[in-house]
Design a protein around this ligand. Structure first.
Ligand code: NDP
Length: 440
């Protein structure tokens, strides 16, 4: 798919409509089916196929989805309290003001950089009310997870509809509008930076709702395993690595404001439903599966997994830091013992103004154009491997992530070629591989 200057995709309308319909039609049932398989079918896709074979697909789907479709009182209460707490934390916690990249229409997003503090406070609140004061059992999320996913799905689908109309009739910024195709607009979004009651919607949904749910969910899953069987070392390793990953994400949350999710993806089904339902349902699958499979992996295997994952996290984080420092210092920055090699790339923004940006041709950015994806995949593999090789379910996320990132590398190249033209070609000549040097 190619992007045009307005950011819309310009593939054939029939192909586009079919792809969009398939994605919107298939991802919600998939999220629910994954939960059901992990919870009731031993995390086994073979058992799932047998189940559908016996029940028939539609009647099987009904059996799985109907009991949790609308959520439950408990599920809605958990979601409501969680969302309210995160909104309050987003507003009241202190943090420096940071600015996102100026949009093609000249809008500069403003954020309060308090993500890491919100992460720590969220964990502290769970510890205080769940473990110390025992106001609720932290395993309650696991016990009601199917209903929670059902409620999240209904809420997100409606919320995306609201965002669709808001972007058309009451947009928050100039970077908004319709592509002329309502189906595509619902999927892709109509507003790049919508605000509701003064809250930046994507900052909330992506970071403080979706990403923040991840650590809380996996802690709940670990508590459930502890209640059922005692905690296993496989669960400790997997959850610890995911918590470190989430901590790094929130520590560098301001860097996330410069990624494609925020700069390119409008607030529609693709990103908003994705972060509000797909992240809770799919990113946590390994820990969810481990609850009922408390395998023992021993200290040697554990140490190797932790060491490799930390190496992956380091490479990806350091690569992001290299870019930030080089750009903040206008290229005057040392990488690996020498002055960083850069390309001063000129481009014309949508207002027709000439601007300049720096492309690093050095450090991690000189190995491949998206080498940080290797670290990302390695980390996810290392928190999946504690589940050993009994079922495929705990590996679903890492396989999905690999496909997503290989596609994303392509998307990003299209975006950069469109933006930088021959300067991008010059970079690609020096760094010919997208992700894995010598292979891809
Ligand atoms: P990147 O951090 O890779 O940023 C891509 C942008 O960087 C480009 O669009 C371009 O933007 C700029 N750029 C490209 N080449 C260069 C260069 N040589 N020198 C300097 N700048 C360059 O974006 P992503 O959003 O893909 O990834 C962000 C992080 O999020 C990664 O660590 C990734 O692993 C992670 N991620 C995780 C996912 C998950 O589901 N777990 C999904 C997606 C990403 P510009 O216009 O500024 O030049």
């Amino acid at each position: 798919m190619e992007q045009n200057k307005k950011g819309y995709y310009t593939d054939h309308p029939i192909v586009r409509n079919i792809s969009v319909l398939l994605l919107i039609g298939l991802t919600p049932p998939a999220a629910i089916v994954f939960w059901y398989t992990s919870q009731y079918l031993n995390g086994s896709f073979v058992e799932l196929f047998r189940f559908f074979g016996k029940q028939g697909f539609f009647s099987g789907m009904y059996q799985i989805w109907a009991p949790v479709f609308w959520g439950s009182k408990t599920a809605w209460s958990i979601i409501g309290i969680y969302a309210a707490v995160e909104l309050v934390l987003m507003k009241i916690l202190p943090g420096k003001t940071v600015y996102g990249p100026k949009t093609p229409n000249g809008y500069t997003p403003i954020y309060k950089n308090n993500g890491f503090l919100a992460f720590l406070v969220s964990l502290a609140l769970l510890w205080l009310f769940g473990f110390q004061l025992k106001v609720f059992d932290p395993a309650i999320i696991y016990d009601h997870f199917g209903e929670i996913l059902g409620a999240l799905n209904v809420f997100s689908l409606l919320f995306c509809l609201l965002l669709y109309f808001k972007g058309i009739y009451k947009p928050s910024t100039p970077d908004s509008g319709s592509s002329g195709n309502p189906l595509f607009d619902y999927y892709w979004g109509t507003d790049l930076y919508p605000h509701i009651f003064g809250f930046n919607v994507k900052h909330f949904t992506n970071c403080r709702f979706g990403m923040m749910a991840w650590p809380l969910l996996i802690i709940s899953f670990a508590v459930k395993q502890h209640e059922l069987y005692g905690i296993s070392d496989s669960m400790i390793v997997s959850v610890a690595l995911q918590l470190i990953y989430c901590a790094i994400f929130f520590y560098y949350e301001s860097g996330y404001f410069k990624t494609m999710d925020i700069q390119e993806d409008r607030a529609g089904y693709y990103i908003v439903w994705g972060v509000m339902v797909w992240i809770p349902a799919v990113y946590t699958l390994t820990a969810h599966y481990l609850v009922q499979h408390p395998v023992h992996i021993g200290p040697v295997y554990s140490t190797v997994l932790v060491a490799v994952a930390l190496l992956g996290f380091y490479s990806k984080t350091n690569m992001n830091r290299q870019r930030i420092h080089v750009r903040n210092n206008d290229g005057d920055y040392q990488i690996w013992g020498h002055k960083a090699k850069i390309i001063r790339a000129q481009f014309v923004d949508q207002k027709g103004e000439k601007r300049e940006s720096l492309l690093l041709v050095d450090g991690w950015w000189g190995i491949s154009r998206h080498f940080h994806y290797v670290g990302e995949i390695l980390g996810a593999l290392c928190w999946s491997l504690p589940a050993l090789f009994i079922n495929f379910m705990p590996y679903f996320y890492v396989v999905y992530l690999t496909i997503l990132l290989f596609h994303r590398a392509k998307r990003d190249d299209v975006k950069c070629r469109l933006k930088y033209g021959t300067y991008w070609d010059e970079y690609c000549k020096s760094v010919p591989y997208k992700i894995i040097p010598g292979i891809y």
